[in-house]
Design a protein around this ligand. Structure first.
Ligand code: C2O
Ligand code: CU
Length: 596
């Protein structure tokens, strides 16, 4: 060994020691993300006036566009996604909708629950590790205010060996367009006098759309329908992403009604044939579609048909919005700057409880039986109109980002017990600890969770897509009125339910009496993933109006798997886990397969 290599080895030894010192706790590594650290993906979030559907809107965008870029990750690997908040005044987080961040808890992107939001001009490195079995369709979105209307993008977990065969994939990302700014909408919903956002002016496909009533507006920017290009005689996996702010939509393809659902919210299902889909905010489906034969195309062209439409209609609202994308084969054509003059299809009316009790998991999923349920928690939702504001309450309380003075996870680490739930008081109070507005549960419990909507003035005029962060739940169905355990058990006979992360409560006909049970959705959940998890309606307006809950799974030791020094940088707003133009961040590496 020469002197020089000896010196180098000595330095390595010192560096190794330094590493050991800085990662005393449980083998987790604390790493300085300096110049040499290369994130796998970089997302830069800005506010810009963007052209959209023949109009212009000041929007929060990701890498300059809405939706942001499609992210594709593989199972069983670790990724670092750096998210820059390049905005001047607004906070930001990024949530990886449908993936459980149990292993890297500060990465869930729920502001004031799992992390301090990323301050303006700061950035944050999210550690993602899709597990084997997660392959499927997801999306990412900001979790602050109304930003997710435009700040979202597809997130695909790829499968090395998919159980279904297909020739290609197409992503169909659906989003609402409201022409008011986020700020106008937020102010209207949260400050007196209450002003509802109104209905979206468009439902966009992959960020694209055209004027729906050309008379109503001159359309000052270029615009076109999204095109979905396909080849004949092929099977495509269509990945539908319900990234709408408000809309519950029905959609179908003109003259292509042979769809087969194979995935719901990131889990494969047994094939289930449908001729149209219903999708709520937060839901995803994959469907296989066999395209037309060359002969069929020739016949259609002989009859003057050289394109087809994807037709989308919002449902269960006072007004319905209809929009389109174009499905085009080679040699086909369509002037995509206009919508068809007349709707080419009649989409069936809404099926209440669509696919409930019908979808089956592709492989057995360890569904918990009634006998295994250890506790039943009912979340009763009411709407109050107080002075000039409209608020949604869960068991008597609203929850928004402004309730907790700091994120729950941070409070736990800070030993600030003001936000640590009392399991005992929750148990004695139907599952909710009122002081912290949390629903605590211990690992190993098997919960049955009932989302029970009640009638309330205008509140009944909505469907509500309920979404759970963390582990997926087993969806055990929905219905009108009050949940009836034994009646539902009858309906579940012989059914092996699928796991979902977003499911609807429906709008049943008639007029609801305020406070009286109106519609329900029920889940079972094996409590496995320690952490702080939001469960909320995915309608962005309703979130701002308080329709959110916080669940804390695991006791303090389960949740706090890392000791204090390691996580210090995460505990303050703009702390050392957050970088800025003059400082690189220092981050905990929960997964250790990324020694590069
Ligand atoms: Cu996509 Cu908390 O949600
Ligand atoms: Cu809602």
């Amino acid at each position: 060994m020469t002197t020089k290599t000896a010196v180098i080895s000595f330095c390595r030894l010192l560096m190794g020691l330094a590493l050991v010192v800085s990662s005393i706790v449980n083998g987790y590594k604390l790493r300085y993300h300096g110049e040499s650290f290369k994130p796998d993906i970089v997302l830069r979030v800005t506010e810009n006036s963007i052209p959209v559907a023949c109009s212009t809107r000041y929007s929060v965008v990701i890498n300059g566009t809405s939706p942001g870029p499609e992210i594709r990750l593989r199972q069983g690997r670790t990724y670092w996604i750096r998210v820059y908040n390049d905005m001047e005044t607004q906070n930001l987080t990024m949530h990886w909708h449908g993936l459980s961040m149990a292993a890297s808890p500060f990465s869930d992107g729920s502001p004031q629950a799992s992390q301090w939001p990323i301050a303006p001009q700061y950035f944050f490195d999210y550690e993602l590790h899709p597990n084997v079995g997660d392959a499927g369709t997801y999306f990412y979105h900001s979790h602050v205010g109304f930003q997710a209307m435009s700040a979202s993008g597809p997130l695909i977990i790829e499968d090395d060996d998919p159980p279904y065969q297909y020739d290609g994939e197409r992503t169909i990302h659906l989003s609402d367009l409201f022409l008011q700014t986020d700020e106008q909408i937020e102010t209207g919903l949260t400050q007196p006098p209450y002003v509802w956002s109104g209905e979206p002016s468009n439902v966009l496909v992959n960020g694209q759309g055209v004027l729906l009533n050309p008379g109503a507006d001159t359309g000052d920017t270029e615009c076109s329908l999204a095109t979905i290009l396909v080849e004949p005689e092929k099977v495509y996996r269509l990945r539908f992403i319900g990234a709408t702010a408000l809309s519950y939509v029905s959609l179908g393809f003109q003259s292509h009604n042979n769809l087969s659902i194979i995935e719901a919210d990131g889990d494969y299902t047994q094939p289930f044939g449908v001729d149209h889909l219903q999708i709520g905010a937060g839901q995803r489906f994959s469907a296989l579609m066999r395209t037309k034969s060359r002969k069929e195309l020739e016949e259609d062209r002989a009859n003057g048909i050289n394109h087809y439409f994807l037709q989308i209609e919002t449902r269960e609202r006072p007004d319905s919005v209809r929009s389109y994308a174009a499905l085009i084969y080679p040699g086909g054509s369509y002037n995509v700057s206009t919508a068809p003059a007349n709707p080419p299809m009649i989409l069936p009316s809404t099926t209440l409880g669509w696919l409930d009790y019908q979808l089956r998991p592709l492989t057995p999923n360890n569904f918990p039986t009634l006998a295994e349920v250890t506790r039943r928690v009912t979340v009763t939702i009411t709407q109050i109109v107080n002075n000039t504001l409209v608020t949604f309450l869960q068991n008597g309380f609203p929850w928004t980002e402004s309730f907790p003075p700091m994120p729950y996870l941070v409070a736990l680490y800070n030993e600030d017990l003001s936000l640590f739930p009392s399991y005992e008081s929750a148990i004695n109070n139907g599952g909710m600890d009122n002081r912290t507005r949390t629903f605590p549960a211990k690992l190993g419990e098997v919960l049955e969770i009932i989302i029970q909507m009640t009638g309330a003035g205008n509140g009944i005029l909505n469907v509500h897509p309920f979404h759970a962060h963390g582990a997926h739940f087993y969806d055990i169905g929905s219905g009108s009125g009050a949940y009836d355990l034994m009646q539902n058990e009858e309906r579940l006979k012989g059914v092996e339910p699928v796991r979902r992360d977003t499911a609807m409560t429906y709008r049943y006909p008639g007029s609801g009496i305020p406070g009286v049970p109106w519609a329900w959705r029920a889940w079972r959940l094996r409590v496995t993933d320690a952490g702080v998890w939001l469960v909320h309606c995915h309608i962005l307006q309703h979130m701002l109006m308080g329709m959110q809950t916080v669940w804390v799974f695991g006791d303090r030791n389960d949740v706090l798997r890392l000791g204090y020094p390691a996580v210090k940088g995460y505990l303050s707003y703009g702390g050392e886990a957050y970088g800025n133009s003059s400082r690189w961040p220092t981050c905990v590496h929960y997964w250790d397969d990324d020694d590069d």
